[in-house]
Design a protein around this ligand. Structure first.
Ligand SMILES: *[C@@H]1O[C@H](CO)[C@@H](O)[C@H](O)[C@H]1NC(C)=O
Ligand SMILES: *[C@@H]1O[C@H](CO)[C@@H](O)[C@H](O)[C@H]1NC(C)=O
Ligand SMILES: *[C@@H]1O[C@H](CO)[C@@H](O)[C@H](O)[C@H]1NC(C)=O
Ligand SMILES: *[C@@H]1O[C@H](CO)[C@@H](O)[C@H](O)[C@H]1NC(C)=O
Ligand SMILES: *[C@@H]1O[C@H](CO)[C@@H](O)[C@H](O)[C@H]1NC(C)=O
Ligand SMILES: *[C@@H]1O[C@H](CO)[C@@H](O)[C@H](O)[C@H]1NC(C)=O
Ligand SMILES: *[C@@H]1O[C@H](CO)[C@@H](O)[C@H](O)[C@H]1NC(C)=O
Ligand SMILES: *[C@@H]1O[C@H](CO)[C@@H](O)[C@H](O)[C@H]1NC(C)=O
Length: 469
């Protein structure tokens, strides 16, 4: 953030009636006392009464203790938390202070709902910053309430932050319904059509050009668009999130990562209307573990290569997960005409419950149904499917490996896959197109359509790929 104005600290005497009512979270931390002048970004506000320092308690560490943290409670900066008042300014001020303090804690207390506008929280910050959410945070309610001059593509953005943790037992409520009902959204127009018109909808939480992040424990619901987006980030830990949106809410991916590496997404539950987790171009070293998805569109790598772009994705593991009542299970989707590669992907120990397309590679991905076949494609290789069991929705075959005509998939390995029809006895045959690979064990249903060995090396863009990725 830019600093261009100077204000006295906004102080609040009414924020806490008693120390005892504060969550135990506070007990180990030093209480903030900063009666000095401070600088703020693009902010002007009326002076408020001074906050009282929390009285020291027996359990408080000595104020001089080096490893104690300072707490910056948004209420102390004038936030109201009635769900109606615009509390953006208080959050920005608390952010500025927490950001510039070692191990600062921006605290969002329980029993309040804070309405905040689209905001970019900018670093760099001091080490160990914590964004502790115990209450509810929400944006304005829908496109008509969104200020005209604010981005409609993102709500809360964290930019150039390193070493931050966003956590707590609170709720992030994206209030997406009015966005999903825009006539431009799929099937939302008159008679189920999509009508052209402004369609931008905000991603709820975006981390951009950031590293060493942990996001854990939060509940996030009803995002207007993706719930989380991490782009150009590295060292990202996402643990124990609970994400929930209606199954028909358009484009509400749970967690989307793009151009990011060393990402762990563990122990989370996602119900939504689009991909549970989606992995875009430029992602490497991603570990997805113990996720429950569904209803959703499953866990996707892609879509990649749209409009002849390059995509490089490698070393992705999805393991110990459950996918239920979803349009797809584990999917790799690429557009015709892209280039680059997807390689070294493992899908291991995944239970499917009534899933359409439990295992799918779709190199003909197309949103409009009017895409032409092209001669280049993102090259898919070294993909392992192992221990994938459960049931499939009989509207689609349980395995569909539709590789590019011009660039075959290579080294697909299938091992211990057992997929049964969720309804009836009818077993659908797996589908393969230009897919090279091997079975390591018998599968149910049996796969006879894989091409053995390797294709003619001249037909592979291998050397180009190595140069490209
Ligand atoms: C939008 O306009 C309001 C009112 O003029 C102003 O206070 C605010 O700073 C503007 N926000 C942005 C992001 O330009
Ligand atoms: C990551 O951030 C934590 C604090 O959140 C800090 O203790 C740790 O040193 C950081 N690690 C790196 C590699 O910067
Ligand atoms: C919607 O359907 C109704 C009844 O079938 C029809 O009269 C109307 O013209 C349709 N509207 C559009 C925009 O297609
Ligand atoms: C991807 O991230 C790297 C930094 O990790 C950056 O240099 C590059 O510009 C990013 N690419 C895109 C397309 O954003
Ligand atoms: C898996 O995640 C769930 C939450 O979705 C959690 O309750 C459970 O303890 C996790 N299991 C392991 C082995 O971590
Ligand atoms: C692959 O990613 C994992 C983390 O998911 C990492 O531990 C491992 O070192 C990576 N392998 C390579 C070859 O980079
Ligand atoms: C593209 O190629 C695939 C595989 O050969 C074929 O099934 C499909 O019909 C083609 N699509 C178009 C639009 O030509
Ligand atoms: C084929 O892929 C597997 C992982 O699925 C990998 O271990 C093996 O090295 C690959 N084989 C070749 C020849 O690259």
């Amino acid at each position: 953030m830019e600093f261009n104005q100077v204000f006295p600290l906004v102080l609040c005497i009414f924020c806490f009636s008693s120390v005892d009512s504060r969550p135990s979270f506070f007990s180990d931390f030093q209480v903030l006392q900063k009666p000095h002048f401070r600088q703020l970004s693009e902010i002007s506000l009326n002076p408020s009464p001074a906050p009282e320092a929390y009285p020291p308690t027996a359990s408080s560490p000595a104020a001089s203790s080096d490893d104690s943290a300072a707490i910056f409670d948004v209420l102390s900066y004038g936030a109201v938390g009635d769900g109606v008042t615009d509390d953006t300014l208080a959050f920005k001020m608390a952010w500025d202070d927490a950001c510039h303090t070692d191990s600062g804690i921006l605290f969002v207390p329980n029993h309040y709902s804070f309405m905040i506008q689209s905001t970019i929280f900018t670093g760099p910050c001091k080490n160990g910053l914590v964004f502790q959410i115990e209450g509810t945070i929400m944006p304005p309610d829908g496109p008509d309430s969104w200020p005209k001059n604010y981005s409609k593509r993102q709500w809360l953005v964290f930019y150039r932050i390193s070493g931050m943790s966003m956590q707590g037992g609170g709720l992030i409520d994206g209030r997406g319904e009015k966005w999903w009902n825009l006539p431009c959204k799929p099937h939302k127009g008159v008679n189920g059509t999509t009508i052209l018109g402004p369609c931008d909808s905000p991603v709820a939480i975006r981390f951009f050009v950031s590293s060493n992040l942990t996001v854990q424990g939060l509940r996030v619901r009803n995002s207007p668009q993706f719930h989380f987006r991490f782009d150009n980030c590295h060292d990202v830990n996402v643990y124990s999130l609970y994400i929930k949106s209606p199954s028909l809410s358009p484009n509400t991916d749970g967690i989307h990562i793009e151009n990011s590496s060393d990402v762990r997404i563990h122990n989370s539950i996602v119900y939504n209307g689009d991909d549970c987790v989606s992995i875009g171009a430029g992602c490497h070293n991603v570990d997805i573990r113990n996720i429950t998805c569904g209803p959703s569109h499953g866990i996707s790598i892609g879509s990649l290569g749209k409009q002849n772009t390059k995509a490089c994705v490698s070393n992705i593991t999805v393991t110990d997960s459950l996918i239920k009542h979803s349009d797809n299970g584990v999917r790799i989707k690429t557009w015709q005409g892209g280039f680059g590669s997807v390689s070294k992907v493992t899908f291991n120990n995944i239970v499917m419950d009534t899933v359409r397309n439990p295992i799918i590679i779709d190199q003909y991905y197309c949103e409009s149904k009017a895409c032409k076949n092209q001669t280049s494609a993102v090259y898919v290789s070294d993909i392992l499917y192992t221990n994938i069991k459960g049931t499939y929705d009989v509207r689609s075959p349980p395995m569909k490996l539709a590789c590019s005509d011009s660039v075959p998939c290579t080294n697909l390995t299938i091992s211990e896959v057992e997929l049964y029809p969720a309804q009836g006895q009818k077993i659908l045959d797996p589908y393969c197109w230009n897919a090279y690979g091997a079975l390591e064990s018998l599968t149910i249903p049996p796969v006879f359509c894989l091409l053995e060995g390797y294709p003619d090396p001249d037909s592979l863009p291998v050397n180009d790929v190595v140069d490209q990725c």
